[in-house]
Design a protein around this ligand. Structure first.
Ligand code: SF4
Ligand code: SF4
Length: 301
């Protein structure tokens, strides 16, 4: 049996595909989107997260850490992450739960144990399980095992992917799903590389090949103020999608500002800390501009 690194399992999720779903968040990503609202999923290894607002200053982690990772500098709790061996002693002994690991290793059976608790809800709502991340295909073999176990139990499956891996290496996983959701964030290749760390050539090529697999898919663009939300970008994507046969719709996802506290807990910088979600009127205006390109448009949360 395989095991994978998982950051979270969310039950009763309503935003990650049709019906009531359980969403499993995979750790590790092969892109570096500047606005990522799940920064704890980016690194391929688990790391310590420190929530200063929960810390009661008991000093236990300072005493117990064998590597001297926790220090007070000018009265501020500083974490020397390079020295951390991930032994877990500080996490186990922080009763305020200010220190947590960003992920844990779980077997496919352990995850199925969580998934199966809500089977009746998936059936009644036409829901199922969504694999998300991070980037699921970075742990592809584990994802495939999980999908096969869901299938054996009559549970529908979906994936949220950045579609960056060559399709040849992910075809077995993607073709076994009931629904694929993937992003085209920026159509201009140079701008894509600037804001995500990688060019979009492979993603656009994969999108065309994916249309031949016959699995229904939804394409999304997260609306990031000043980066992805310009008309030229969105129109270019809508036009690119218009000949596709298996697309259900093109969805604009409103800006999600919820990553800020997670960035702080990892000593990272949230470049979009002051950005705010788009108003309903602004979303409707964007939706109107994209109608007429032969692809159904939806605006999501
Ligand atoms: S053990 Fe937890 S609550 Fe105590 S000082 Fe360390 S982080 Fe803060
Ligand atoms: S996980 Fe271990 S090494 Fe890392 S900070 Fe905690 S006690 Fe120190």
């Amino acid at each position: 049996m395989k095991s994978g690194l998982i950051t979270d399992i969310q039950r009763f999720s309503l935003n990650d595909g049709p019906g009531i779903r359980t969403t499993v968040f995979f750790k590790g990503c092969n892109m570096r989107c500047e606005w990522c609202h799940n920064p704890e999923t980016i690194c391929h290894q688990k790391e310590i997260m420190f929530y200063a607002n929960k810390c009661i200053g008991c000093g236990k982690c300072f005493e117990i850490c064998p590597a001297g990772v926790h220090k007070a500098v000018d009265g501020i709790h500083v974490i020397d992450r390079e020295k951390c061996t991930l032994c877990g002693k500080c996490v186990e002994n922080c009763y305020a739960e200010a220190l947590v690991f960003s992920a844990k290793e779980m077997t496919s059976d352990e995850i199925m144990g969580e998934i199966l608790q809500d089977k009746v809800y998936y059936t009644e709502s036409n829901g199922g399980v969504t694999l998300s991340g991070g980037e699921v295909t970075c742990q592809k073999d584990f994802a495939l095992e999980l999908v096969e176990k869901c299938k054996e139990n009559g549970i529908k499956t979906a994936v949220e992917t950045n579609l960056l891996m060559p399709l040849e290496s992910t075809k077995d996983l993607l073709s076994s799903l009931d629904l694929i959701m993937f992003d085209i964030k920026i159509f201009d290749n140079g701008k894509h590389k600037e804001h995500t760390g990688v060019p979009n050539t492979q993603i656009l090529e994969n999108a065309k090949k994916l249309d031949e697999l016959g699995v229904p898919f939804i394409v999304r663009t997260p609306l990031i103020p000043g980066v992805t939300d310009d008309e030229e970008n969105l129109v270019s994507i809508a036009k690119f999608l218009s000949p596709f046969k298996n697309i259900l719709y093109y969805e604009l996802l409103n800006f999600n500002p919820l990553g800020s506290s997670k960035y702080k807990s990892l000593d990272g910088e949230d470049k979009f800390e002051n950005a705010r979600p788009f108003t309903n009127e602004a979303l409707k205006a964007l939706e109107a501009k994209l109608s007429g390109f032969g692809v159904k448009i939806k605006v999501g949360g």
